[in-house]
Ligand binder design. Structure first.
Ligand SMILES: [Fe+2]
Length: 247
């Protein structure tokens, strides 16, 4: 590695190809890590099986699948990441405003300098060895989720234009049905780059575009440490949160 190249990010190091001996060791470790921790679940099937039997009785994400610090992106490494600490929280509901409980909410983002800890990100901004930029949590009985993280930086789209992305967080939710699958992005209020963000501007309906912007909520932050942003997510219906791709 040339001296001018940045040190590898811990997240990149884990997926870097190695020599053949190293690869076999890594493969063995990967198999062990992916092995089920619990015995197989026997699914009761009557003959003929009613449609949906497996879906209704099969295993789903639960509290045992999400670690206690998975929601806190500032505590996933030995040191603290650089950047402004923020709390992002809100409710996940269906079209009738009913809370969607036990929902897996996944988040990923750039670091404070606008750089993703991903090999394909070529933005010449520094990586942060103390920030991977990925977290997850489960909604509570009231549909609420909560993340602790740092405010991401803006980054250029690259190419011939000088277009930049406004600061944003990526979210993914599976919902309780295929019609509720959601992959979306959250923005920050007052960001001067919002009017020029090509991805947000591609959302046709102004109301849907406005719903992607969170609201500053001083009750959500930790006093003396972080500001809070409230962002509610609606999985389906006319006021559904915008999703990437087709449903
Ligand atoms: Fe992004």
């Amino acid at each position: 590695m040339a001296l001018s190249e940045p040190a590898p990010h811990p997240a990149q190091e884990r997926i870097r190809p190695t020599d053949s001996a190293g690869a076999s060791d890594a493969a063995a470790r990967a198999v062990a890590l992916r092995a089920p921790l619990r015995p197989a679940v026997r699914v009761p099937v009557s003959a003929p099986a009613a449609p949906g039997t497996a879906e209704l009785t099969g295993p789903v994400f639960g509290t045992a699948d999400v670690g206690p610090l998975d929601h806190d992106l500032t505590r996933q490494h030995r040191g603290e990441p650089v950047g402004e600490r923020i709390v992002v929280a809100g409710r996940v509901t269906d079209r009738r405003g009913r809370p969607v409980r036990g929902q897996l909410v996944e988040l990923w983002q750039a670091n404070a300098a606008g750089r993703y800890a991903h090999p394909l990100d070529r933005h010449p901004a520094p990586l942060d060895p103390h920030f991977t930029g990925a977290g997850r949590c489960l909604t509570g009985d009231d549909g609420r989720y909560r993340f602790v993280t740092i405010r991401p930086g803006a980054y250029p789209l690259g190419g011939s234009s000088d277009a930049w992305r406004a600061a944003h967080l990526h979210f993914s939710l599976f919902g309780t049905a295929f019609t509720q699958r959601l992959v979306t992005q959250m923005y920050f209020p007052g960001d001067p780059l919002l009017p020029d963000d090509l991805i947000r501007n591609a959302v046709g309906a102004p109301a849907a575009r406005a719903r992607l912007v969170s609201a500053l909520d001083r009750t959500l932050g930790e006093p003396g440490r972080s500001l809070g942003y409230r962002w509610d997510i609606v999985l389906d219906g006319p006021a559904a949160t915008w999703t990437e791709g087709d449903r």
